[in-house]
Design a protein around this ligand. Sequence first.
Ligand code: G3P
Length: 220
Amino acid sequence: MKFFIDTANLKEIDEARSLGMLDGVTTNPSLISKESVSNQKEIQKHYISICERLKNDENVSAEVISTNYIDMIKEGEKLSLLHPRIVVKIPMTKNGIKAIKYFSNKMIKTNCTLIFSTGQALLAAKAGANYVSPFVGRLDDVSYNGLNLIQEIKNVYDNYDFDTKILAASIRHSLHIIECSKIGIHAVTSPINVIYSLLNHPLTNIGLEKFIKDFHRKIK
Ligand code: G3P
């Protein structure tokens, strides 16, 4: 399973790299707004800084802010020209689907975001999106089981052998990652603290403490 880091913060990306848990990066307008950027030029430079930290087949999703078709196309083409590792992130709207179709025909990679239903994921795959981002945590927040959506999308995509990869997003805790890995999807994207929550277990800490204590009690 690929671990993408859901952040625009360069330090967090470097930390994920040092942990060996960096297979890609996803951003969104809210995450970008947290960084010290104040205009389009600075945002573009920031995306390039992220791309320069990536290697092999790793990529970064950079989201358009435009909502009408023509501006989405213009913005998306500008983003894709910044660096070969840019994947253009497009919201699941009528104009978004049209834009994904356009980019698919031009071999520009896209990630269809703000997916909350199987129907939306089906449309995104048919339009030729390279990735879909179903938001697990935000469904949980409104008392729907976000993981059920991941399973349903996987079943539908397997029925038709779609090339579109499922990149589960809005991942809030380790169980989301574990359950997504059981379902067998391509990737999850989460803040690095959620990856750390996979790592920590109290019995590991207790066991290690006892090993060291027992050892030093005998071996001076
Ligand atoms: O970036 C898309 C998604 O991962 C956002 O997650 O935690 O804001 O619902 P969250």
